[in-house]
Design a protein around this ligand. Sequence first.
Ligand code: S3P
Length: 183
Amino acid sequence: MRTDKSIVLVGLMGSGKSAVGRRLARRLAMPFVDADEEITAAAGCSINDIFELYGEAAFRDGERKVIARLLDDAPQVLATGGGAFMDPDTRARIADTAISVWLRAGLDTLVARTRKRDHRPLLNEGDPRDVLDRLMQERYPIYAQADLTVDSREESADATADAVVEALTDLLEPGSGGESVPR
Ligand code: S3P
């Protein structure tokens, strides 16, 4: 599977964007970039600190600028933070320049995967299950606008990365024999 476009992973916190993105980049021989890491590098502090010191709106501003810059770079696999695709400008820019993939996951999976770490300010604002449930209602209809939807697999990030490669192959090389069996 070959593409001269970036592959942008979108989805909620805990959907596996970074873990799957790293594996996907290796399979496609493309660089992997994590937008959240780029934002913290540009700001010189953690996402928790950005939220606390400057507020969420400032974070979203920085996120929009950093992603716009990254999309101008050479093709890459780009893992975005869970809120990035909710921004209309970012969504339009991704649609123009890249292939977007929504890693879809169920609530139990998201809760389990986000439990171990406390670097996500939105999940410290209340019961994480309630927050994630609310974000699913708000965001899933928007994430569904991505070019591809792939279920984030329970068993491993490797299995999900394989499923993304298969979906990309179906999209970019129809008739190559790589089509998945319709479910
Ligand atoms: C956020 C998700 C986080 C990070 C920030 C806000 C969100 O990224 O960008 O805490 O709004 O869903 P991950 O999805 O990589 O955890």
